[in-house]
Design a protein around this ligand. Sequence first.
Ligand SMILES: Cc1ncc(COP(=O)(O)O)c(C=O)c1O
Length: 367
Amino acid sequence: MDRASIYIEPLNIRARIVKPQPKGLPVINLSFNELPWPPSDAVQLAIDDSASNANLYGNPSCQLLREAIAGKWALNQEQVICGNGSEELLDVIGRVFARTGDEILISEFGYIQFPIVANRVGATLVKAPETGYTTSVDALLDNVSDKTTVVFLANPNNPTGTMIDESELRRLASSLPAKTVLVIDLAYGEFADEDYCGSMHKLVTEFDNVIITQTFSKAYGLAGLRIGWLYAPEWMIPALYAARGMGTANAVAQAAAVAAIEAFESMRSRVKIIVAERERVSRQLSSLGISAVPSSANFVMARLDNGSAVSGGVNSADALAVHLYDDAGILVNQTREAGLEKFIRFSISLPEHNDRLLLSLADFVRH
Ligand SMILES: Cc1ncc(COP(=O)(O)O)c(C=O)c1O
């Protein structure tokens, strides 16, 4: 194996659908768990203002954004680090705390970025089995060894959409060895419960080995600008900064995120719409004989109820994904990369997009 290929071989990511939509319909991408609305006026204004100064570097330490985050959630701004999406910060954490010979522990169907990070840093990936597509704290603890330096846990998780409650997270945090860092990825936290993210910040104060990561990509609808943040115990901050690129969080993204925090209520009302739609879509799926894993996020993972994964060599999830694209111009995510061959995952979007999806699903089920 050449040096370069070690980065790509373990991932085995297959191509997505790239052909033109056969009916000429506009394509609706429900495969990235994005928010369907463009920035609100106030956020757009901040973007435009900042973009007009694009000749200038952004503040390397994201001073104003860290102040806004710390002010909003009563945090210590010195413990906040912003980055180029939370994806960058997960990578930074991996580089600081895991090396060849170390183990990174994740839940069986954990977020795809976690194996990617383990692969990049040369650590051994260990997966703990799930129960009902949900993280099992007991299974995670059973798989901790003296080599485990990082546990990555997305809660809610992508692609399953499931989550464990705060008491289970506390049990995990308090049972891990002191040298094992627990990373709780809250990318979808705002869709779970209004107060959930705030309650998670307390874990960082209580446990010296817990980091939380958050993003402006999902509930705040700024995915394209790439801005996320972490909250970590003070002792970790210098090392995390040292591993992060100097100016990775760009000026426009910083300004937009500050404005998005100021427009907090607008985020909340959008999240409410998505959550209501998620529940409506989930109900309709079951009436179509499609089983949806109960989701706490802005997407749903589902499969045909007969579970007919492979019939005549054709995976029904593959066939369904192709049907949704050909029939309705809808792109869904195929979760096979996470080991979930039989499922598809789709973002919850505007009611009219969700209806288009449901209609096309019904058509697939009928034939
Ligand atoms: C669980 C989870 N964490 C983190 C991310 C990364 O988000 P971003 O880099 O846009 O902040 C995603 C994106 O899909 C995600 O699903």
